[in-house]
Design a protein around this ligand. Sequence first.
Ligand SMILES: NC(=O)C1=CN([C@@H]2O[C@H](COP(=O)(O)OP(=O)(O)OC[C@H]3O[C@@H](n4cnc5c(N)ncnc54)[C@H](O)[C@@H]3O)[C@@H](O)[C@H]2O)C=CC1
Ligand SMILES: O=C(CO)COP(=O)(O)O
Length: 310
Amino acid sequence: AASWPEVRHEVCLWARDPAQAAAMQATRENARYLPGVPLPARVSVTADLAQALAAGPDLCVLATPMAALRGMLAGLHGPAPVLWLCKGFEAGSGLLGHEIAAATAPGLACGILSGPSFAQEVAAGLPAALVVASPDARLRERAVEAFHRGALRIYSSTDPIGVEVGGAVKNVLAIATGVCDGLQLGLNARAALITRGLAEMTRLGVALGARTDTFAGLAGLGDLVLTATGDLSRNRRVGLLLAEGLDLPGILQRLGHVAEGVYSAATVVQRAQALGVEMPIAQGVHALLQGQVDARQLVELLMRREARAE
Ligand SMILES: NC(=O)C1=CN([C@@H]2O[C@H](COP(=O)(O)OP(=O)(O)OC[C@H]3O[C@@H](n4cnc5c(N)ncnc54)[C@H](O)[C@@H]3O)[C@@H](O)[C@H]2O)C=CC1
Ligand SMILES: O=C(CO)COP(=O)(O)O
């Protein structure tokens, strides 16, 4: 069995489902979402949020899907700073996490912990490098203090927009790469897709106010390469299964975990169009998810585009 890296803090893990929280506390394992990894002794589990916050935590880490971030931020009310791990645009509002936080919890010390980090590998104590992004220097320091040790390296960034755009867009691009690999289009095609995808991600991020160099970093290129090529990725798996001709509802049921790219694709396209940013790969993925084109037609659309300067 895998084992978590050393836990140096008292951690209270809140889960919304009382039965699941009780089972995790009793069996010391998250059998539904992370089987085979024993919970460290210093982690306790509860379904009672007030109890989880009672001790006055130094840091709250939100590890829900993007769809739950707004509700979690509204429900915390506490003085503790908050980091979230979710990667995406909120469906409906089309907002990034830091935009949701500004609207729901103005003044809260908060930020994002992102970068290439498959949960199973982190839980197994394998080396990983992440990036914490926040305008708040004390929060960045606190995150580094909490997580930078042993197998984890935590880099700091003052570009939350870039880090969040990277985390959101790479999921959409990983679906495209899954399609490419599912259709067995070869390694050249995959490298081209990742490279041109990075160009799209960078264009959108810069138009939204991000710094270009963020996209050469862990939350940009780093997470894009991991998610687009790593078979542990749920988003990549969505693409692989779409290439097999499976329908989206069936794929999501089979997955049993969130694939944020499915929910972010529409917003990526909308925000890009509003800013006059060209994102043909993301647009193609959106059309595929909407059932407007199939996997082969998506590739044809991309290949038929006019020649242009790199
Ligand atoms: N799994 C991974 O390797 C990584 C995931 N992420 C991001 O973290 C976020 C969560 O991903 P996973 O945990 O992998 O998804 P998952 O689908 O495996 O698990 C989702 C968890 O969130 C809980 N949840 C769902 N809706 C909720 C709500 N409304 N309120 C409270 N809890 C809720 C579920 O009960 C479950 O425990 C996503 O945005 C993902 O992109 C980021 C880095 C790595
Ligand atoms: O964000 C991730 C790794 O950094 C996980 O990617 P998936 O959600 O595609 O599994």
